[in-house]
Design a protein around this ligand. Structure first.
Ligand SMILES: [Zn+2]
Ligand SMILES: [Zn+2]
Ligand SMILES: [Zn+2]
Length: 257
């Protein structure tokens, strides 16, 4: 299994439009962060987690042309606004793309992108086409997407819930400020964990560095990778502040499991 962090940035990305801070002005390539998304390649299948507004650039940068299924964490625009770009993968596969999320998420996506939920076009792919699969609102459960076994676990993200996903011994937890006990149980024994870490200071909807490091100390993965990072974090400085086994994520970082 190979996991590529497609986007490691917060909702505005880094640099932020109009911001003159040192990180936003930095030339360091690892201080350039597109919006949060992930590609999991396993068993010959490509699972995409979320369709960030930067999906097209992420696909061109990493050179992937196949998406067998999309797992949505939640409906926020920084995780979904690239849905229209799925059209390119419809073209490549000449097939509709199955998407997974809870009912709230899929209902909102159908409101925003109703045209993508219609039956597949008869001739040319002049629009994207997705087939929704509703996941239950349960603390922890398993399902299969494109034949790959996935465990979903609920996380608290301010006033809404998000799904964390575990595939074999890899897990992804973005957009979370409180991890319920059931989520910790679902994370037990994980090898590599990519986890939310917005900034140094606290947030009502995300984790911060101190909280995320506390979670990592409890879950004890072999490797933890921080993601959904805002312009508060300079890659070089943050990297020097992290304990062994924890790394600052960046766009394009790959975990091989
Ligand atoms: Zn987000
Ligand atoms: Zn900035
Ligand atoms: Zn969010």
């Amino acid at each position: 299994m190979r996991v590529t962090l497609l986007g490691s940035g917060s909702s505005q990305g880094v640099p932020e439009v109009g911001c003159g801070c040192a990180v936003c002005r930095s030339d360091h390539p690892r201080n350039k962060r597109t919006r949060a998304s992930l590609l999991v390649e396993t068993q010959g299948k490509n699972l995409l987690v979320d369709t960030a507004p930067d999906l097209r650039q992420q696909a061109l940068r990493e050179g992937f042309t196949k998406v067998d299924a999309v797992l949505y964490t939640h409906d926020h625009a920084d995780h979904t606004a690239g849905l229209d770009d799925l059209r390119a993968f419809n073209v490549q596969a000449d097939a509709a793309i199955p998407i997974y999320g809870n009912k709230v998420t899929l209902d909102i996506l159908e409101q925003r992108y109703a045209y993508a939920f219609l039956p597949r076009p008869e001739r040319a792919w002049y629009r994207p086409c997705v087939v929704p699969h509703v996941l239950p609102d349960e603390p922890v459960f398993g399902f299969t997407a494109a034949g790959v076994a996935v465990t979903a676990f609920e996380q608290v993200h301010g006033r809404i819930k998000t799904f964390g996903y575990r595939i074999d011994n890899f897990a992804y937890s973005t957009d979370v400020d409180v991890l319920p006990e059931a989520a910790f149980e679902a994370l037990a024994g994980v090898d590599t964990w990519i986890v939310d870490c917005l900034r140094y200071s606290e947030s009502y909807t995300h984790s911060n560095l101190e909280r995320t490091l506390g979670w990592i100390a409890r879950v004890r993965p072999r490797m933890a990778i921080l993601t959904h990072m805002a312009h508060d974090f300079d890659y070089v400085r943050l990297s020097s502040e992290l304990p062994a086994g924890v790394v600052a994520g960046y766009d394009g970082i790959i975990a091989q499991l």
